[in-house]
Design a protein around this ligand. Structure first.
Ligand SMILES: C[S@@+](CC[C@H](N)C(=O)[O-])C[C@H]1O[C@@H](n2cnc3c(N)ncnc32)[C@H](O)[C@@H]1O
Length: 241
């Protein structure tokens, strides 16, 4: 791995996390997350493997998306569940008021609940969910924040539930591929957004599968995936620490 990618670059922050970020570029960034996720996050697999099989006919499935950003994953899940005639209550949580404002303004009838809050606030309120998930959030967190999000994920989990935190896996190949694939689009589809620059920073901030395995608390499993993906997962049948 090149020197710049050998370790997590936690000192470089994503431009979207700057409280003074250009509002128009930030809005375009939220609006482009759906395209990025369709290409790299395999949302269909998440739905088929982890969401649909958990829906009980007796009551709606409760899903929490931590760090929902523009809310595209929630809208996609809501759309698929509705198409399959399955009921769910989906909460899109984000610490950033700007994300929550943008996502709720673009709900498009999906019926998502939007909350500007930290997971800790939901724990204090006694909320529980059948599935707690996140996508592209782990790399935003420092070690202490990661511990809090993982502990809270378990406290928020209903018996038999699933936690799945999905993210990019840092690698030289992922960095080179993302740089090459987004360069021709930087003047068109990705223009006036932070997608290209923040995507490259995100890869530099991300964990490798091996790193995450060494810090994951007991009971969590870490899996690698394609293209340059990782998943930190907890299945409800494990005994809690
Ligand atoms: C790169 S965006 C990913 C958005 C969305 N999940 C997606 O896949 O497109 C990361 C989001 O996580 C949010 N975030 C970061 N730390 C968080 C935390 N501790 N709790 C909740 N949201 C957080 C940020 O505000 C940002 O909107």
């Amino acid at each position: 791995m090149s020197p710049a990618l050998r370790e997590r670059d936690v000192d470089t922050r994503e431009l979207m996390d700057d409280p003074h970020a250009d509002a128009r570029m930030l809005a375009r960034t939220y609006g482009r997350f759906g395209l990025v996720n369709a290409l790299v996050s395999r949302p269909g697999t998440l739905y088929r493997r982890d969401i649909r099989p958990r829906v009980a006919r007796s009551r709606p499935l409760r899903i929490l998306d931590v760090g929902a950003g523009g809310g595209d994953l929630c809208r996609m899940l809501a759309g698929r569940l509705r198409r399959d005639g399955l009921e769910a209550e989906i909460t899109a949580l984000d610490v950033d008021e700007r994300a929550i404002r943008w996502a709720s303004a673009h709900d498009r009838g999906a019926g998502i609940r939007y909350r500007r809050a930290l997971t800790t606030e939901l724990v204090a309120e006694g909320e529980t969910y059948d599935v707690v998930l996140s996508n592209h959030v782990l790399h935003h967190l420092d070690d202490a924040e990661l511990r809090v999000v993982l502990d809270d994920s378990l406290r928020l989990l209903a018996p038999g539930g699933l936690v799945t935190h999905r993210d990019i896996a840092r690698s030289r190949g992922a960095h080179a591929l993302f740089a090459a694939a987004t360069w021709p689009l930087s003047g068109t589809v990705l223009a006036d957004s932070f997608i290209r620059e923040d995507g490259l920073i995100s890869i530099r901030r991300s964990y490798t599968v091996a790193e995450l395995r060494t810090i994951a608390p007991n009971g969590w499993t870490v899996r690698g995936g394609v293209p340059s993906r990782l998943e930190l997962r907890w299945e409800g049948h494990h005994a809690r620490p």
